[in-house]
Design a protein around this ligand. Sequence first.
Ligand SMILES: NC(=O)c1ccc[n+]([C@@H]2O[C@H](COP(=O)([O-])OP(=O)(O)OC[C@H]3O[C@@H](n4cnc5c(N)ncnc54)[C@H](O)[C@@H]3O)[C@@H](O)[C@H]2O)c1
Ligand SMILES: [Zn+2]
Length: 350
Amino acid sequence: MKTILPSRSSSLSRLNRMLAGKTFDNARFFILVDENTYNHCLPHLIARVSRLHEAEFMEVPVGEECKDIAIATQLWQTLLESNADRNTVIVNLGGGCISDLGGFVAAGYKRGIRHINIPTTLIGMADAALGGKTALNLAGSKNQIGFFHQPAIVCIDPLFLNTLPDEEMFNGVFEMLKTFMIGDRERYGQLCDMILSGTLDITADLLTACAEIKSAVVKQDPHDTGIRRILNLGHTFGHAIEAYSHHKGQSPLAHGQAVGIGLIVALYLSVRKLGLDPAILDRYRTVAAKLVTLPHYNLRDTEGLLTYMRQDKKNQGGDICCVLLQNLTAPVIDLPVPENEIRDALLKIC
Ligand SMILES: NC(=O)c1ccc[n+]([C@@H]2O[C@H](COP(=O)([O-])OP(=O)(O)OC[C@H]3O[C@@H](n4cnc5c(N)ncnc54)[C@H](O)[C@@H]3O)[C@@H](O)[C@H]2O)c1
Ligand SMILES: [Zn+2]
């Protein structure tokens, strides 16, 4: 896999040169978009990457709705009816939903064709486009089916962030905060400072550093059997918070926002169980509150949330297994935490 990271020359221009090379001789390109990336991102891509002028494109519904086996089947049929052979390349132009779906379709078509991820959301650039995990939802449950299928190229160009709504930016910022908590103390501090002073600027340096941390972890554990779990910091709680907010239906939280709140729970437990400096928790809570409204959970809510956490595949012997922090950049995986301690943490989020 090649990753094109932001630098002084445009990432899309470098992609243009790469696609003109021998590896893509005879390749036929299909660009996967949703309505928003069709409108906001496709024109930039076509204008800068000449090899894609002749590409065909496939449009799918916006958001989680596209991560569905029925949509994947339609895409496979389109490819088949167009006589797409094994030299076909799927170009995923969009956020995490597009790369999860397009990667899945590429992994399955004729036992695996190449795909290129061009993330257009901050979650995509910081996380979803990297690492080779593809996924669809099943029976209302997120990411239940999928393959590991590494993209041939990931091209990160901050140009696409210009049209991204603030709320989507904040979702990505939470994933970046998580990554820097586990891998880069200095940039973690820098990002917190920007948020607190209201001068958030996702620079090429921050994007590059974040992508490099994720890529380095994935390289050590591509199939997620050990160390890669550090990337799940905040996610055991975040997934439950996200699912529970949809179940309650009043103000459903996006994945990034839910992870942002889940990180407070993780840090609270880290203070209690691993001696993390409480000042780190306090500062992070102030940072998170700038980007999302922190929920007040009562005892009844904690029961609902724990129901989702109990379903986590990584649990052991009745305890919920978590990733916590001993310190910034010192994560600990597979830590069993009794339910009463999690209940206590959920009640004290605010
Ligand atoms: N495979 C992985 O490793 C991994 C990691 C993290 C998240 N994910 C998945 O990613 C998904 C969330 O990612 P996401 O938030 O990027 O979702 P998304 O693809 O739904 O994008 C969010 C929204 O932004 C719009 N959009 C995208 N680019 C835009 C642009 N440049 N300008 C304006 N609007 C734009 C989209 O149309 C959509 O409405 C979830 O399904 C999650 O499970 C996967
Ligand atoms: Zn996440």
